[in-house]
Design a protein around this ligand. Sequence first.
Ligand SMILES: [Zn+2]
Ligand SMILES: [Zn+2]
Length: 333
Amino acid sequence: MAKAGLFAETLLVNGSAGDPVLYLDYPDRDDALLLDAGDNSALSLARLADLTAVFITHHHIDHFIGLDRIVRANMDREKTLSLFGPPGTIAKVVDRIRSYEFQFFPFQKIVIDVCEIEDRTLRRGHLDCGRRFPPPVIEETPRTGPVVFENDTIAVEACAADHTVPCLSYAVIEKPGWFLDQAALQKSQLKPGPWIGEILSRLRRGDDLASPVKIDDGEFPWKAIVQRLFRRSTGSRLAFITDTAWTETVRPQLLALAHRATRLYCDAFYSQKHADKARQHRHLTAQQAGELARLARVEELVLMHFSQRYAGRYEPLLEEARTEFPGATAVFP
Ligand SMILES: [Zn+2]
Ligand SMILES: [Zn+2]
């Protein structure tokens, strides 16, 4: 039976109180996504090497300091890593990469495709390790809609936030179609492996369910495996909104980005009693995060990016958000 819901593994790497970093992955495919590039030292280099795309909100240090580990983890991968961010991202990434001395081993083949997102324009530059990172040639194309990245299972939308520097918010849309039910896989005795990707490709192609499926050393009836472990999704949306003021300028686009999201991860840097500071530093209060979630009619709200000034006293922030959105939650690793 088709159902909605997120099928990606979602990991708020530093919980609600650390740098906001969200890792999204589908098992056994090198197609993980990273939302924001703050401190990611809690993620192994192997997990970072699975990344296919990174979406940076802005260049404040708590959202950008993790770029070095991302580059390091992917240097010897023969792939193109897509990296998105607001205007200025290409020059900043070039500066960071060219600040290192590289030995340029032949197995280091990474190409980093950096894309700057503006309202009406996308600007791209390729950083090619195999060619020893020459200054990138910049290509500019008109932007025709909210989507900035797309593959066969997901699409990513971006819109401008209202922060002290150019800043973006993002939404990841899982397209309708077949996904692995990770909870069901964990309950089964089966180990993740290439068979997951093979079955998903066959399901997405609409292959018939006659022949048995080979998993490790065993053969399993196709229909039973599909019924047990795979679900047809009606599609879902995950929104990631951080470092923005709650102003008339951006309210419509943030509400559109989060509209009916399955889950919204949202900045709750300040308490409402510091609303003046929130306005000054262009952040949301916990109450505003709750209001945004309520108005956008999201299903779940996860608060993040709590200011360190509330360390050890985060519960009132949750209570504040719950006055607007009763189901608000936070993550404490
Ligand atoms: Zn910031
Ligand atoms: Zn921040």
